[in-house]
Write a protein that binds this ligand. Structure first.
Ligand code: O2Y
Ligand code: MN
Length: 595
């Protein structure tokens, strides 16, 4: 299969550690996919869905306590604790290898270990990185086949000595008390054991493309960001590319596949998708920031996805899709809450139990058919709005970066930072309020710098410094904006309709990049004047627009306190520029500060 000595030796070492019965090198072929599916159907690991209604689609359930990324079991293993920073869980590499090694030891007895060579980014692109994932899960192999470019072409590209991330995954007993997700950035290595789900096991995604890649980017002078990438075609047929960082559960996939409202579509607007989750960005000779989507598919949340909220995702997932933890209907199709049409009369829920609408548990709580974090894994190439150039190895030039979380009262609908350094401060201090569906106190502010809170593979203070350094090297930097689709009125009702209507804000953003849209200067940045947004075909009362664009001094005084304690934890690893921006914001509100 390969003459890559280091790779072969590492595979042998892992087979020895895990005592796998045999080792299968994946070639990425269709024949291999069908063979693995057949094996998984036979054991019940996968269920084949109706091939008439959902051709090429399969169904999978995970263990009930293995349905989401487990942040408290995720560690950055650097030699020095301070290099992982105050936000990450830290473990020494010695302890990490020892503790996970003890769980891996002998865990693949009676199982096959699959070798998945994969590329994040198009093979041959200057942006791309190779990885090899070893796993005892067919489900993981089939997901990686959708989410990455994988198989023989990658082995060929690796040649006899190419660099690759060593990514070892084992299900072990799938026991949460014996689960660890470890990143060793100094060794370019990932070890994940004891889980069978999503971000914990598809090691090309969060583990490599964000945690390991952010560290590589810091060392090598580029950026790995938790950002969608879209292209907006305007009535003059220009395409402007925007990257956007949003915390989980803020509608990133919907924004990435936005359908323009009728009035804007008639004017000639169109949105194309490059990626919905991760952006790798480099500075090119032209002084601009260029980005690729390193992924090959979408691993999207099913509940809430429907023909109204995201028709493009619905079309994408009609074939060749893996559904995880959704409701299985008697006709071997699938359903989820806030999905396509009314609930079926009955089905099997995500735990495999008989389900009908309204069924309750012992405490009288309604049981959902689909797990709230149930997912579809679907090829990006099937997305109707995928950009024709989404696989361009050179990437696309980014004109604007938008960031934003859920803020019920604080942040206006949109504002532009004064410059790159101020934009880094805006991104560094971004936050989201918890929704009822999330763990923690309702409305509690969770600061999520650049939406990288669970994904930065090194000290976040150094990360802010790296962003500042990148800005100094960019002669044509993207403009930086903050957006907030989630502002509410006194009754808690959203003031902004969101979804496709968000294009009105993106249109203002791209016009600001061309100095072609009005804004008023405020202490927090440039806020659109009410008539700067194209509101054709959308009727929002002027009082609501005023609220959406207003800034409450009291609210920002509270926010500044939160920012001060957030920054305080980084000690001397926080760049002085961040404190300068903190002081400047205080001053613009007429406040003095001891910092
Ligand atoms: O819970 C998981 O394992 C998936 S989390 C996820 C999946 C796709 C895109 N983004 C995320 C995220 O948490 O940001
Ligand atoms: Mn994400």
């Amino acid at each position: 299969m390969t003459n890559h000595i280091r790779l072969k030796k590492w595979v042998e070492e892992c087979a020895e550690l895990t005592q796998s019965d045999d080792v299968v090198w994946c070639d990425g072929s269709l024949e291999e996919k069908e063979r693995l599916e057949k094996q998984a159907f036979a054991t019940g690991e996968l269920i084949q869905l109706s091939q008439e209604k959902l051709p090429g689609c399969v169904y999978h359930r995970t263990a009930v306590d293995d349905v989401a990324r487990t942040e408290h079991l995720t560690f950055i293993c650097t030699s020095q604790k301070k290099d992982a920073g105050p936000i990450n869980n830290w473990m020494s590499p010695e302890e990490g290898y020892e503790r996970a090694g003890a769980i891996f030891r002998g865990s693949m007895r009676g199982r096959t270990m699959y070798v998945i060579p994969f590329s994040m980014g198009p093979i041959g692109s200057p942006f791309s990185k190779f990885g090899v994932e070893l796993t005892d899960s067919i489900y993981v192999v089939l997901n990686m086949r959708i989410m990455t470019r994988m198989g023989k072409a990658v082995l060929d590209a690796l040649g006899t000595d190419g660099e690759f991330t060593k990514a070892l995954h084992g299900k072990a007993e799938r026991d949460i008390s014996r689960r660890l997700i470890l990143q060793f950035p100094e060794d370019n290595t990932i070890w994940s054991v004891g889980s069978g789900y999503g971000g914990n096991v598809l090691l090309g995604k969060k583990c490599l493309s964000l945690r390991i890649a952010s560290y590589m980017g810091w060392q090598e002078g580029w950026l790995a960001e938790h950002m969608l990438i879209i292209g907006i075609q305007d009535p003059e047929s220009r395409t402007t590319y925007i990257a956007g960082a949003f915390p989980s559960a803020c509608g990133k996939t919907n924004l990435a596949m936005l359908v323009p409202p009728d009035a804007l579509e008639k004017k000639g607007f169109k949105v194309v998708t490059i990626g919905d989750d991760i952006a790798w960005m480099r500075i090119k000779e032209d002084g601009r920031l260029w980005a690729i989507n390193p992924e090959y598919g979408f691993f999207g949340v099913a509940p809430g996805t429907n023909w109204e909220t995201n028709p493009n995702a619905m079309v994408t997932t009609q074939r060749n899709t893996i559904y995880t933890n959704v409701l299985l209907k008697p006709d071997r199709t699938v359903w989820w809450e806030d999905g396509d049409g009314p609930p079926p009369a009955e089905g099997q829920d995500w735990e495999g139990n008989y389900w009908r609408p309204g069924v309750t548990d012992d405490e009288g709580k309604i049981i959902t058919g689909a797990n709230p974090n149930s997912r579809y894994t679907a090829p990006a190439s099937q997305c109707p709005c995928i950009a024709p150039n989404w696989e361009d190895p050179e990437g696309v030039p980014i004109s604007a970066i938008i960031v934003g979380g859920r803020r019920a009262h604080l942040a206006p609908l949109a504002y532009q930072s004064f410059d790159w350094q101020h934009g880094v401060f805006v991104g560094a201090t971004m936050a989201s309020e918890r929704t009822a569906a999330q763990y923690g106190k309702l409305g509690e502010v969770r600061r999520d710098p650049m939406a990288m809170l669970p994904f930065c593979g090194y000290n976040t203070g150094d990360y802010f410094g790296h962003l500042l350094e990148m800005g100094k090297k960019l002669t044509k930097p993207p403009k930086l904006f903050h957006v907030n689709w989630f502002r509410t009125d006194e009754e808690g009702k959203f003031l902004w309709p969101g979804f496709g209507e968000n294009l009105r804000v993106l249109d203002w953003v791209i016009r600001r990049c061309r100095d072609d849209a009005d804004a008023r200067e405020t202490p927090i940045g440039y806020v659109p004047t009410p008539d700067a947004l194209d509101m054709s075909g959308l009727d929002i009362p002027s009082e609501a627009m005023e609220k959406l664009l207003s800034i409450s001094k009291e609210g920002w005084i509270e926010e500044l306190k939160g920012i001060e304690s957030f920054f305080g934890q980084f000690g001397d690893r926080l760049p002085k520029e961040m404190w300068n921006e903190y002081r400047a914001l205080n001053q613009r509100f007429g406040l003095s500060t001891s910092r």
